[in-house]
Write a protein that binds this ligand. Structure first.
Ligand SMILES: O=C(O)CCC(=O)C(=O)O
Length: 326
């Protein structure tokens, strides 16, 4: 973490050459989707689904090629081979130490892996989130590689707002999650499941237990099981979900792995709470500003906004990007 801060502060002002390189990279990134062009706008049906159900599935958000490249890089990543030489913020599962069939997870691997970075810092995906939420800009709060091998258990039901939104002010309507399938995800291999509409359920602490009870009730009936069942997503497809929706995932009972990259975005105009939690407390530097080094600006509607994400990756003190954007 310290190294990231040092790198960013060492960079100084962006030179004309670096700026031009960034513009070239942006323009190439836009045409590097193997035909999977992302329309800028969401349909009214998609917006309504997000508002009423709390999530919306969108196929073709990331190209198959990018998903494949990331999948193939994961063995090395979890073996501790970091493209940038920088450690991720969290790293759960170690080759040779952890059980083979446990869920593997890595948080903020954009700092470590070029393959994660080129998806996590892709302004086109961030723009989709920005359009859906009606924000002025989007920062990456954290990424999360979740690798569920065959035989691995599930992920308990939770709300992302507990881990992300609650650390910022204002707290409401401040984050959104983009869950990206790196390979087909379905009920058999432990795809994500939602308690449909639960983003509208009570959420303060006292009521949360009640919400948990409601969740049990929700999944107790045939009707609710059908409505709340896992939504299958194809490779490169994404589920955009509300910060307050209850979700989790079941065990991987198939013979296939289930690998996903989860992006938790926040809007660009927040402040950190003075008392952030154990994890986010690391990012509070005293001024409560949401610093680029920790929360890179990935997309902004303001054309004059700096693009610290890209400049950090292209800065002269960083190693060059390993992947080729064609
Ligand atoms: O990938 C999963 O199974 C669950 C991921 C999730 O819930 C999350 O990242 O918030």
């Amino acid at each position: 973490m310290l190294l990231v801060v040092v790198l960013v502060h060492c960079r100084g002002a962006l030179s004309r050459q670096q700026h031009d390189a960034w513009l070239r990279l942006q323009s190439r990134a836009r045409t590097a989707r193997d035909g999977a062009e992302i329309p800028a706008k969401w349909s009214s049906e998609a917006r309504e689904a997000f508002a009423s159900e709390g999530f919306v599935v969108r196929e073709g958000v990331v190209s198959e090629a990018r998903c494949e490249a990331l999948r193939e890089s994961l063995e090395a990543l979890f073996a501790g081979e970091f493209d940038t030489g920088i450690f991720p913020d969290e790293w759960h599962w170690r080759a040779g130490l952890s059980k083979e069939h446990c869920v593997r997870e890595m948080v903020n691997a954009w700092k470590s892996s070029d393959y994660v970075a080129r998806i996590a810092l892709d302004p086109e995906i961030a723009k989709l989130a920005c359009d859906l939420m009606g924000w002025g800009g989007v920062r990456l709060a954290q990424d999360d590689v979740v690798w569920k091998p065959s035989g691995a258990g599930g992920v308990g039901f939770h709300r992302d707002s507990t881990y992300v939104s609650d650390n910022f002010e204002p707290r409401d309507h401040n984050s959104v999650t983009v869950w990206i399938a790196l390979e087909p995800a379905d009920a058999e291999n432990g795809g994500v499941e939602y308690a449909v509409g639960s983003h509208k359920w009570p959420r303060d602490d006292d009521d949360f237990a009640a919400a948990g009870g409601a969740k049990t009730f929700f999944f107790g009936s045939e009707e609710s099981r059908r409505r709340g069942a896992c939504r299958p997503v194809g490779t490169g497809g994404a589920i955009f979900h509300h910060q307050d929706i209850l979700h989790g995932s079941g065990p991987n009972t198939s013979t296939r792995p289930r690998r996903a990259l989860v992006l938790h975005y926040i809007r660009d105009d927040l402040r950190l709470r003075a008392k952030a939690d154990y994890i986010y407390g690391r990012y509070v530097l005293g001024d409560r500003a949401v610093h680029d080094a920790f929360f890179p600006l990935v997309y902004s509607r303001d054309p004059t906004a700096p693009t610290p994400t890209a400049t950090r990756r292209l800065c002269s003190t960083c190693r060059p990007l390993k992947f080729q954007i064609s």
